[in-house]
Design a protein around this ligand. Structure first.
Ligand code: HIF
Length: 290
């Protein structure tokens, strides 16, 4: 892995692109699991309690590293370790979110606003101390619309933003040995598009008869696809559904809204001062810490 000049995030994006191709892993790409890593790093934020979020990279330590909701994310973390080792000036927290945004764009999605400035917790104790109690904050795919709305409202998202974000399920797949669910949402799961919304609106979904958790299935172009109950909730809920229709009809609108919503997601928990500089990083610099 190449060391790039400190602070050269564009060069680092190129390094991330080099590890996206992973023959033998899933659909041959680390892209989808990078997006899930960036989201799970950020998605335990609480607006009210003001803890959790993408700062700290707490998933390197228990309890987050052993949270069943994060199962499988060690793959994403390990794909990135050589980059971090060659470029120790970037925090894991910055690298994880940068990998997610770089992957989205490399898979054909929009550019996502991203700013550096996250710092890493240095130990499990530090992670606990900064975070407070953050268990059970990630969503449960087996539940419905009210759960989805509750989880994302806690982070500060509107219905429109929730539906826009959900389009990321055009990427990747569910794994039996991670979440218990199984299969991809779309036919080409390494291509970012509004395909997820188009499929959701088609009357093709049937409960899958199997020994796994309740999920929907349909066969499209010879490929078995899936939807989680939380995905289906977007067309069952009268406030969510109009946004599914809009994004299915207008990919540009989806890309624009997704870019803003995902950019907001990865900023959660990053405390910046009036100049936009991350306060935690500033504090460590003032104290003479690396
Ligand atoms: Fe996912 N998500 N997600 N998700 N997710 C899975 C996989 C991915 C939810 C459940 C699951 C979002 C919201 C929600 C990605 C990106 C995003 C899996 C399968 C489950 C169960 C895990 C596995 O078995 O490997 C729920 C309930 C959500 C709230 C509605 C975000 C909007 C869609 C925030 C988001 O960006 C990605 C990418 C994957 C694929 C990972 C992979 O390894 O391929």
């Amino acid at each position: 892995m190449t060391s790039v000049k400190e602070g050269d995030y564009n060069a680092l994006r190129e390094e991330i692109k080099k590890v996206l191709k992973q023959p033998g892993y899933d659909d041959g790409s680390a892209g989808p699991v990078f997006v899930r890593l960036a989201w799970h790093a950020s998605g335990n934020f609480s607006l009210v309690e003001h803890n959790g979020g993408s700062n700290g990279a707490g998933m390197r330590f228990p309890p987050e590293s052993v949270d069943p909701a994060n199962a499988g994310l060690h793959h994403a973390i390990s794909f990135l370790i050589p980059i971090q080792a060659a470029n120790p000036w970037i925090s894991h927290a910055d690298l994880w979110t940068l990998a997610g945004t770089t992957a989205i764009q490399a898979m054909g999605g929009p550019q996502i606003p991203w700013e550096a400035g996250r710092s890493d917790y240095d130990s499990a104790e530090a992670a606990e101390e900064h975070r407070g109690v953050v268990g059970d904050r990630l969503p449960d795919g087996a539940l419905g619309a009210s759960h989805v709305r509750e989880v994302f409202t806690r982070m500060g998202f509107s219905d429109r933003e929730i539906v826009a974000l959900s389009g990321a399920h055009a990427l990747g797949r569910c794994h039996r040995d991670r979440s218990g669910f199984d299969g991809p949402w779309v036919v080409n799961p390494t291509r970012f598009s509004n395909q997820y919304f188009k499929l959701l609106l088609r009357p093709i979904w049937r409960p899958r008869e199997w020994d796994g958790p309740f999920q929907y299935e349909a066969t499209v172009a010879g490929t078995k696809l899936m939807m989680l109950p939380t995905d289906m909730a977007l067309v069952e809920d009268p406030q969510f559904k109009p946004w599914v229709e809009k994004y299915a009809a207008d990919q540009d609108l989806f890309f624009k809204d997704f870019s803003m919503a995902f950019g907001k997601l990865i900023e959660l928990g990053v405390d910046r001062d009036d100049t936009g500089f991350a306060k935690l990083v500033k504090k460590s610099a003032e104290e003479g810490k690396p």
